[in-house]
Design a protein around this ligand. Structure first.
Ligand SMILES: [Zn+2]
Length: 254
Protein backbone atom coordinates (compact mmCIF):
# COMPACT_ATOMS: atom_id res chain seq x y z
CA UNK A 1 0.00 0.00 0.00
CA UNK A 2 1.25 3.51 -0.78
CA UNK A 3 0.88 6.49 1.47
CA UNK A 4 -2.17 6.29 3.72
CA UNK A 5 -4.86 8.63 2.51
CA UNK A 6 -8.06 9.92 4.03
CA UNK A 7 -10.86 7.54 3.08
CA UNK A 8 -8.55 4.55 2.48
CA UNK A 9 -9.65 1.14 3.60
CA UNK A 10 -6.85 -0.53 5.52
CA UNK A 11 -7.00 -4.32 5.61
CA UNK A 12 -5.43 -5.99 8.63
CA UNK A 13 -5.89 -9.61 9.66
CA UNK A 14 -9.12 -10.00 7.72
CA UNK A 15 -10.68 -6.80 9.10
CA UNK A 16 -11.25 -3.63 7.17
CA UNK A 17 -10.73 -0.20 8.72
CA UNK A 18 -11.76 3.14 7.31
CA UNK A 19 -8.87 5.60 7.59
CA UNK A 20 -9.67 9.19 8.50
CA UNK A 21 -6.80 11.64 8.35
CA UNK A 22 -6.83 15.12 9.86
CA UNK A 23 -4.19 17.76 10.50
CA UNK A 24 -2.92 18.44 13.99
CA UNK A 25 -0.86 21.15 15.62
CA UNK A 26 1.27 18.59 17.49
CA UNK A 27 4.72 17.34 16.52
CA UNK A 28 3.96 13.66 16.18
CA UNK A 29 1.59 11.67 14.04
CA UNK A 30 -0.98 9.77 16.09
CA UNK A 31 -3.65 7.16 15.42
CA UNK A 32 -6.70 6.10 17.42
CA UNK A 33 -8.70 3.05 16.51
CA UNK A 34 -12.43 3.27 17.18
CA UNK A 35 -14.33 0.24 16.08
CA UNK A 36 -13.80 -0.12 12.36
CA UNK A 37 -12.28 3.32 11.91
CA UNK A 38 -8.79 4.68 12.37
CA UNK A 39 -8.44 8.37 13.16
CA UNK A 40 -5.01 9.59 12.14
CA UNK A 41 -3.66 13.02 12.96
CA UNK A 42 -0.59 14.32 11.18
CA UNK A 43 1.22 17.55 12.09
CA UNK A 44 0.18 20.18 9.57
CA UNK A 45 3.73 21.58 9.73
CA UNK A 46 5.35 18.33 8.48
CA UNK A 47 7.13 18.54 5.11
CA UNK A 48 5.85 16.05 2.48
CA UNK A 49 8.82 13.69 3.03
CA UNK A 50 8.47 13.68 6.78
CA UNK A 51 4.72 13.29 6.45
CA UNK A 52 5.26 10.23 4.24
CA UNK A 53 7.70 8.70 6.73
CA UNK A 54 5.36 9.37 9.65
CA UNK A 55 2.45 7.79 7.84
CA UNK A 56 4.36 4.68 6.82
CA UNK A 57 5.70 4.21 10.38
CA UNK A 58 2.19 4.64 11.72
CA UNK A 59 0.86 2.12 9.24
CA UNK A 60 3.48 -0.44 10.31
CA UNK A 61 2.52 0.09 13.97
CA UNK A 62 -1.16 -0.28 13.16
CA UNK A 63 -0.48 -3.53 11.29
CA UNK A 64 1.19 -4.94 14.41
CA UNK A 65 -1.34 -3.50 16.85
CA UNK A 66 -4.33 -4.81 14.90
CA UNK A 67 -2.90 -8.23 14.06
CA UNK A 68 -5.21 -9.79 16.70
CA UNK A 69 -8.31 -8.02 15.43
CA UNK A 70 -10.04 -4.77 16.35
CA UNK A 71 -9.17 -3.57 19.87
CA UNK A 72 -12.83 -2.82 20.57
CA UNK A 73 -13.41 -6.57 20.77
CA UNK A 74 -10.76 -7.05 23.41
CA UNK A 75 -11.79 -6.73 27.00
CA UNK A 76 -15.28 -5.59 26.08
CA UNK A 77 -17.89 -7.30 28.18
CA UNK A 78 -21.04 -8.96 26.93
CA UNK A 79 -24.14 -7.52 28.58
CA UNK A 80 -24.78 -9.41 31.79
CA UNK A 81 -28.13 -10.44 33.17
CA UNK A 82 -28.82 -11.57 36.71
CA UNK A 83 -31.65 -13.02 38.75
CA UNK A 84 -34.21 -10.38 39.69
CA UNK A 85 -32.99 -7.87 37.11
CA UNK A 86 -35.58 -5.80 35.29
CA UNK A 87 -34.71 -5.05 31.69
CA UNK A 88 -36.47 -2.55 29.49
CA UNK A 89 -36.67 -3.82 25.93
CA UNK A 90 -38.18 -1.54 23.28
CA UNK A 91 -39.70 0.46 26.08
CA UNK A 92 -41.36 -2.53 27.81
CA UNK A 93 -40.13 -3.86 31.16
CA UNK A 94 -39.40 -7.54 31.70
CA UNK A 95 -37.97 -9.38 34.69
CA UNK A 96 -35.20 -11.94 34.56
CA UNK A 97 -35.43 -15.00 36.80
CA UNK A 98 -32.46 -17.33 37.04
CA UNK A 99 -32.86 -20.65 38.85
CA UNK A 100 -30.58 -23.59 39.40
CA UNK A 101 -31.77 -26.63 37.48
CA UNK A 102 -30.72 -30.26 37.74
CA UNK A 103 -30.36 -31.10 34.05
CA UNK A 104 -27.29 -31.26 31.85
CA UNK A 105 -28.42 -28.33 29.70
CA UNK A 106 -29.31 -24.76 30.55
CA UNK A 107 -32.70 -23.65 29.23
CA UNK A 108 -34.57 -20.43 28.88
CA UNK A 109 -38.21 -19.63 28.19
CA UNK A 110 -40.57 -16.71 28.16
CA UNK A 111 -43.26 -16.93 30.80
CA UNK A 112 -45.55 -13.96 30.24
CA UNK A 113 -43.32 -10.97 30.98
CA UNK A 114 -40.66 -13.07 32.66
CA UNK A 115 -37.51 -14.37 31.10
CA UNK A 116 -36.91 -17.60 32.94
CA UNK A 117 -33.53 -19.25 32.87
CA UNK A 118 -32.85 -22.67 34.36
CA UNK A 119 -29.16 -23.38 34.62
CA UNK A 120 -27.60 -26.78 34.11
CA UNK A 121 -26.10 -28.47 37.15
CA UNK A 122 -22.41 -28.24 37.91
CA UNK A 123 -21.53 -25.00 36.13
CA UNK A 124 -18.73 -22.71 37.20
CA UNK A 125 -19.60 -19.10 38.09
CA UNK A 126 -18.24 -17.94 34.72
CA UNK A 127 -20.32 -20.55 32.88
CA UNK A 128 -23.45 -19.53 34.77
CA UNK A 129 -22.95 -15.92 33.68
CA UNK A 130 -22.22 -16.98 30.12
CA UNK A 131 -25.21 -19.35 29.83
CA UNK A 132 -27.56 -16.78 31.38
CA UNK A 133 -26.32 -14.08 29.01
CA UNK A 134 -26.63 -16.27 25.93
CA UNK A 135 -30.14 -17.49 26.79
CA UNK A 136 -31.48 -14.05 27.73
CA UNK A 137 -30.01 -12.60 24.53
CA UNK A 138 -31.61 -15.34 22.44
CA UNK A 139 -35.03 -14.93 24.08
CA UNK A 140 -35.01 -11.15 23.82
CA UNK A 141 -33.88 -11.31 20.19
CA UNK A 142 -36.64 -13.79 19.34
CA UNK A 143 -39.30 -11.54 20.86
CA UNK A 144 -37.89 -8.27 19.50
CA UNK A 145 -36.88 -9.20 15.96
CA UNK A 146 -40.41 -9.29 14.47
CA UNK A 147 -41.18 -5.93 16.11
CA UNK A 148 -37.93 -4.35 14.89
CA UNK A 149 -38.39 -5.81 11.41
CA UNK A 150 -41.90 -4.35 11.23
CA UNK A 151 -40.53 -0.95 12.32
CA UNK A 152 -37.79 -1.07 9.66
CA UNK A 153 -40.44 -1.79 7.02
CA UNK A 154 -42.72 1.00 8.29
CA UNK A 155 -39.95 3.60 8.25
CA UNK A 156 -38.76 2.34 4.88
CA UNK A 157 -42.25 2.59 3.36
CA UNK A 158 -42.73 6.03 4.87
CA UNK A 159 -39.45 7.63 3.78
CA UNK A 160 -37.34 5.50 1.47
CA UNK A 161 -39.16 2.79 -0.50
CA UNK A 162 -35.97 0.74 -0.75
CA UNK A 163 -35.80 -3.02 -1.13
CA UNK A 164 -35.05 -4.48 2.28
CA UNK A 165 -34.32 -8.18 2.17
CA UNK A 166 -33.48 -8.90 5.75
CA UNK A 167 -33.24 -7.36 9.19
CA UNK A 168 -30.85 -8.86 11.72
CA UNK A 169 -30.03 -8.13 15.34
CA UNK A 170 -26.47 -8.74 16.44
CA UNK A 171 -24.76 -8.17 19.76
CA UNK A 172 -21.89 -5.85 18.95
CA UNK A 173 -19.35 -3.81 20.83
CA UNK A 174 -18.50 -1.13 18.35
CA UNK A 175 -21.27 -0.46 15.86
CA UNK A 176 -24.88 0.58 16.20
CA UNK A 177 -25.84 -0.70 12.81
CA UNK A 178 -24.96 -1.27 9.19
CA UNK A 179 -26.62 -1.51 5.83
CA UNK A 180 -25.41 -3.77 3.04
CA UNK A 181 -25.76 -3.11 -0.66
CA UNK A 182 -27.81 -6.31 -0.84
CA UNK A 183 -30.49 -4.81 1.41
CA UNK A 184 -29.65 -6.30 4.80
CA UNK A 185 -30.13 -3.95 7.72
CA UNK A 186 -28.11 -5.04 10.72
CA UNK A 187 -28.84 -3.46 14.09
CA UNK A 188 -26.99 -3.77 17.35
CA UNK A 189 -28.88 -5.96 19.86
CA UNK A 190 -27.97 -3.37 22.51
CA UNK A 191 -30.20 -0.79 20.81
CA UNK A 192 -33.16 -2.75 22.16
CA UNK A 193 -32.34 -1.22 25.56
CA UNK A 194 -32.44 2.31 24.18
CA UNK A 195 -35.61 4.42 23.95
CA UNK A 196 -37.65 3.45 20.85
CA UNK A 197 -37.00 6.90 19.32
CA UNK A 198 -33.26 6.16 19.40
CA UNK A 199 -33.76 2.83 17.67
CA UNK A 200 -35.87 4.65 15.07
CA UNK A 201 -33.02 7.09 14.49
CA UNK A 202 -30.51 4.32 13.82
CA UNK A 203 -32.98 2.54 11.55
CA UNK A 204 -33.40 5.79 9.60
CA UNK A 205 -29.61 6.20 9.47
CA UNK A 206 -29.17 2.71 8.02
CA UNK A 207 -32.08 3.07 5.59
CA UNK A 208 -30.61 6.38 4.38
CA UNK A 209 -27.56 4.35 3.34
CA UNK A 210 -29.75 2.71 0.69
CA UNK A 211 -29.61 6.17 -0.99
CA UNK A 212 -26.02 7.12 -0.13
CA UNK A 213 -23.42 4.56 0.90
CA UNK A 214 -21.36 7.24 2.68
CA UNK A 215 -21.70 10.02 5.22
CA UNK A 216 -21.77 12.89 2.74
CA UNK A 217 -23.80 16.08 3.31
CA UNK A 218 -26.38 14.59 0.90
CA UNK A 219 -26.63 11.53 3.16
CA UNK A 220 -27.22 13.67 6.27
CA UNK A 221 -29.82 15.73 4.42
CA UNK A 222 -31.76 12.52 3.72
CA UNK A 223 -31.46 11.45 7.38
CA UNK A 224 -32.64 14.82 8.71
CA UNK A 225 -35.51 15.01 6.29
CA UNK A 226 -36.82 11.67 7.54
CA UNK A 227 -35.97 12.43 11.17
CA UNK A 228 -35.60 16.13 12.03
CA UNK A 229 -34.78 15.23 15.65
CA UNK A 230 -31.92 12.91 14.75
CA UNK A 231 -29.38 14.85 16.83
CA UNK A 232 -31.24 14.17 20.07
CA UNK A 233 -30.96 10.42 19.46
CA UNK A 234 -27.29 10.74 18.68
CA UNK A 235 -26.74 12.68 21.91
CA UNK A 236 -28.52 9.94 23.83
CA UNK A 237 -26.28 7.29 22.28
CA UNK A 238 -23.11 9.20 23.04
CA UNK A 239 -24.21 9.67 26.66
CA UNK A 240 -25.30 6.04 27.12
CA UNK A 241 -22.84 4.07 24.99
CA UNK A 242 -20.74 3.03 27.97
CA UNK A 243 -23.76 1.82 29.93
CA UNK A 244 -24.73 -0.34 26.96
CA UNK A 245 -21.17 -1.65 26.74
CA UNK A 246 -20.60 -0.13 23.32
CA UNK A 247 -17.30 1.58 22.83
CA UNK A 248 -18.25 5.13 22.07
CA UNK A 249 -18.16 5.31 18.30
CA UNK A 250 -16.99 8.66 16.97
CA UNK A 251 -19.08 8.05 13.94
CA UNK A 252 -22.45 6.73 14.98
CA UNK A 253 -21.59 3.42 13.32
CA UNK A 254 -18.12 3.25 14.77
ZN1 LIG B 1 -23.65 5.34 8.50
Amino acid sequence: MGELKDGDLLQVAGHEYLVRIAASTGRKATARVRGAQIFVRVPSAAEPNLRRTMLSELEAKLQTMLSDGPPAQKGMQPLQFTDGQVVEVLGVKYAVAVAQGVGTESRGTWYRDWIRVELAAGLTAAERTEHTGALVRRLITARALPIVTKRVRELNDLHFGATIRRVILRDQYSRWGSCSAAGTISLNFRLLFAPPSVLDAIIVHELAHTRHMNHSPQFWAVVRQAMPDYDAAERWLVANAARLGVQRPDDIEG
